[in-house]
Design a binder for this molecule. Structure first.
Ligand code: ADP
Ligand code: MG
Length: 467
């Protein structure tokens, strides 16, 4: 077989072996330059230094094996910049910190890396504190017909990152378990000592803006590109944000090329993210796209049973069935209803919750959440707790104020759709981690502390009354 022909055939085979994003990004744009017979070396052109290094360091083994098979003898490969493209490589491509890292690695470690395994990382930057909710694990995720596919895909990705579906893109309506699934994957991977980052896309964006402002973009890149598993939640928020999309596109390519797993969640199918750049949209759809559907009645009942058991309360079957049928489709809202019912049981004793009372709770919850603004809630919660708004969102940290602040954050989170960074901003520019910590703390305590539960219940009630 002619050298040129062999190369073309190798490309066609690689298309079947590599995942689509890797192939499209690195292999498709290559071109055959020449073959040096005495040295048995193929010279292949790559469009830019990034792609060249990728092929040379990470994909070499696969490419070499396929090509040697087709050519009928062991050959070497040398990747060079295609002359045509030499000056066209964007300066930013030359700057990829990852390749400086890579260049520092022992050649052996880099060369023998089969693309289907998770490669070692030369230097390990600090990862952010884990923002994972301990309750969002696979064991607490109830499966059924409507979410079986997404559940199995998530399990497979957690077990074999970067080998089955990459990326795994999960989409579906609010409160149907997307974040739960993403974090369950993150928990599983973290437990196996894989370097894992879970971020809401807004946090990725904030991080990027901060890095640009502080001129620490190299660190930013190192952080996001040195992971084994990157999970980005609510990617719909980056649609229309140009700089973020651009950076995310490069992060995405770098990770996929290094055979690192990417998992995304979105509130709609990627093709419906109209503000998203085409090249990102096609990346998002390059692996498996799976949707979460509202669960069926039996599943909702199973989830309610699980919650009752976890909170050690005996909720009657009637009430469970009624809540499962009538609570909003969103499981998050169903949990809100359920928590209020549990709070009442703790207040009045478990016999005190009649169907009528439970139904009244449900009716109150049916009001749309959007009617409360952050300011309204902060204002009311401050007043009810005997503080001024300034105290509640200010810098002061007495025990009383801290507590009131956490309660306020908890209520905002429960009764609105504001994101963690937005809530942090409203509470005097606090970080999303602080908000999450506060909310989790109250959520935990409220289950064991009837006085706190009653206090929160009464705040909720005055809020619904005032709006
Ligand atoms: P989304 O990210 O899709 O808006 P979340 O993942 O935040 O939704 O889920 C909302 C709540 O519902 C969480 O408390 C989550 O644990 C719970 N939940 C959703 N689906 C399930 C399920 N199948 N089994 C158990 N809990 C679920
Ligand atoms: Mg979510």
């Amino acid at each position: 077989m002619e050298a040129q022909e062999a190369w073309n055939a190798a490309v066609r085979q690689l298309e079947m072996i590599l995942d689509r994003a890797s192939f499209d990004t690195w292999v498709r744009p290559t071109q055959f330059l020449h073959y040096n017979a005495p040295e048995k070396t193929f010279f292949i052109g790559a469009p830019n230094t990034y792609a060249r290094d990728m092929l040379q360091f990470r994909l070499y083994r696969n490419v070499q094996r396929v090509l040697s098979d087709l050519f009928g003898s062991d050959v070497d490969l040398s990747f060079e910049l295609s002359r045509r493209e030499k000056s066209a490589a964007p300066a930013e491509m030359e700057e990829m910190p990852l390749f400086r890292l890579l260049a520092q690695q022992e050649p052996e470690a880099a060369n023998t890396e089969a693309p289907t395994t998770l490669g070692p990382v030369a230097r390990v930057p600090e990862l952010p504190e884990g923002d994972l909710n301990p309750r969002y694990i696979f064991d607490r995720f109830i499966t059924n017909r409507s979410n079986q596919m997404v559940h199995e895909a998530a399990r497979a990705v957690a077990e074999f990152p970067a080998t089955v579906y990459n990326p795994l893109t999960i989409y579906g309506g609010v409160g149907l378990g997307k974040t739960h699934i993403l974090q369950a994957i993150a928990h599983a991977c973290t437990r196996r000592k894989l370097r894992t980052i879970y971020v809401p896309s807004e946090v990725f964006m904030n991080d990027l803006i901060y890095a640009i402002r502080q001129r620490t973009t190299a660190m930013f890149r190192e952080k996001y590109r040195s992971v084994d598993v990157l999970l980005v939640d609510d990617v719909q928020f980056i649609a229309g944000k140009e700089t973020t999309q651009e950076e995310f596109f490069h992060t995405f390519n770098a990770l996929v090329a290094f055979n690192k797993q990417i998992v995304l969640a979105s509130d709609r199918h990627p093709r419906e993210l109209t503000q998203l750049e085409d090249r990102l949209r096609s990346r998002f759809q390059g692996g498996l796209v799976a949707d979460v559907q509202p669960p069926e009645l039996e599943t909702r009942m199973a989830i309610l049973h699980m919650w009752a058991q976890e909170r050690s309360v005996a909720v009657s079957e009637d009430v469970i069935a009624m809540v499962a049928q009538r609570a909003p489709a969103s499981i998050r809202e169903m949990e809100g209803v359920f928590n209020q019912i549990v709070a009442q049981m703790r207040l009045h004793g478990s016999n005190g919750v009649s169907m009528a009372r439970a139904e009244a709770t449900l009716d109150r919850f049916h009001r749309p959440r959007e009617r409360y603004t952050l300011e309204q809630i902060i204002d009311l919660v401050a007043r009810k707790q005997g503080l001024t708004v300034d105290e509640l969102v200010g810098k002061k940290r007495t025990e009383k104020i801290n507590r009131a602040r956490q309660i306020a954050m908890f209520i905002v989170r429960e009764m609105t759709e504001y994101s963690l960074p937005q809530i942090g901003e409203a509470f005097g520019g606090r970080s999303h981690t602080t908000v999450l910590h506060g909310c989790n703390k109250i959520a935990e305590e409220v289950e064991a502390d009837p006085v706190l539960a009653a206090r929160i219940q009464s705040l909720r009630q005055s809020l619904t009354r005032h709006s």
